[in-house]
Structure formats: structure tokens, C-alpha cells
Design a protein around this ligand. Sequence first.
Ligand SMILES: Cc1cc2nc3c(=O)[nH]c(=O)nc-3n(C[C@H](O)[C@H](O)[C@H](O)COP(=O)(O)O)c2cc1C
Length: 171
Amino acid sequence: MIAIIYGSTTGNTQDIAEKVAQHLGSENVELFDVKDVGLEIIDAFDQLIFAIPTWDYGEVQEDWEEVWEEVDNYDFNGKTTAFIGLGDQLGYAEWFVDAMGMLHDKVVARGAHVIGHWPVTGYEFDESQALTQDKQHFVGLAIDEDTQRELTDERVAAWCELIQPQLAEAA
Ligand SMILES: Cc1cc2nc3c(=O)[nH]c(=O)nc-3n(C[C@H](O)[C@H](O)[C@H](O)COP(=O)(O)O)c2cc1C
């Protein structure tokens, strides 16, 4: 089973988490709102997808903020992990999907095996904390419901196809 753990203030990240669950097959996925369940469920899953929007100029979303310090208490060794970040590349071009990068860095430091890097092609932003070292990829799926909503469905579908074989391998 795959756990998708999300936080969402205005519902966009929840929508994307649900779309990803549909693509991966609802029978393979359990969805958790971090506001309701916290992080304890991490221990019960070896395949995790974290979904997090960025708020307030490069800050993590409020429900993630509540559990932020606790992330460091978990051991992610042996866990296959992917990330989804929501943001607005025009309105917040200097902080685009920063929170995804911040969460990624914490989880990687605790041993996670990360899958699902996603090309920066097709996005326009100035800076992001969620880039790989060569700056050619995001560390996970970047979704912009504010300015590129029309691209969301194809991005979600393509990203799910990308991660699905790696999830199957890890299962
Ligand atoms: C006040 C405010 C601040 C925001 N700050 C950022 C930001 O720093 N970086 C970014 O990429 N997006 C930013 N956004 C855009 C949100 O991340 C985006 O609307 C996202 O889809 C919200 O997800 P949610 O509905 O799951 O909370 C901001 C939006 C608002 C309204």
C-alpha cells in the first residue's frame, strides 16, 4: 500500500492528492490529511507520497507547520518516497513550490529513497528551493493550479506513469 499524506488550506493539494490516488489505483492507496492524522502513520507504510503547498512567501502550509519538527523523529530508511508541491509561479516566482523542497530535504536527511523528479521545462519562475542540484528538475511533481491549471491533468497522468514502475519495484 501507498500512503499519500497531504496538507491543504484551500483544497487544491487535496484535489491533486485525490487525482494521483485515482491514477495509482484507489485499491493501492490510502489518503491522509496531515491535519487529521498527524505523522504516526508513516511507520505503517514503506511507500509514501507527501503533498504540500507553499504559502506566505516560501513557508510551509499551516497543517504541515504543526508537525514540522516531528518529521525529524522518523526513520525513512527503506522507504520509497515521492513529493508533490503546489504553488503559484507568477504570483510567487521567487518562492515557487519552496515547501516541497524543504520537506524533501528533511526526509532525505532521514534516509528516504526518492523517486519522481520532474523536469522544469514548461514552468516560468525565478527561484525555487525545490530543485535538484543541476536545476533541471524539481524534486517532485510541481503543480500550479493558479496559473497553469490546464496542464494539471496531463502532468498528473505523466508523473504517475513515471513513478508507478518504481513503486511496483519497491513493493
Ligand atoms: C497568501 C498566499 C501566499 C502564497 N505563497 C506562495 C509561495 O510563497 N510560493 C508558491 O509557490 N505559491 C504560493 N502561493 C500559492 C499556493 O501555494 C497555491 O494557491 C496552492 O494551490 C494552494 O494550495 P492549497 O489549496 O492546497 O492550500 C500562495 C498563495 C497565497 C494565497
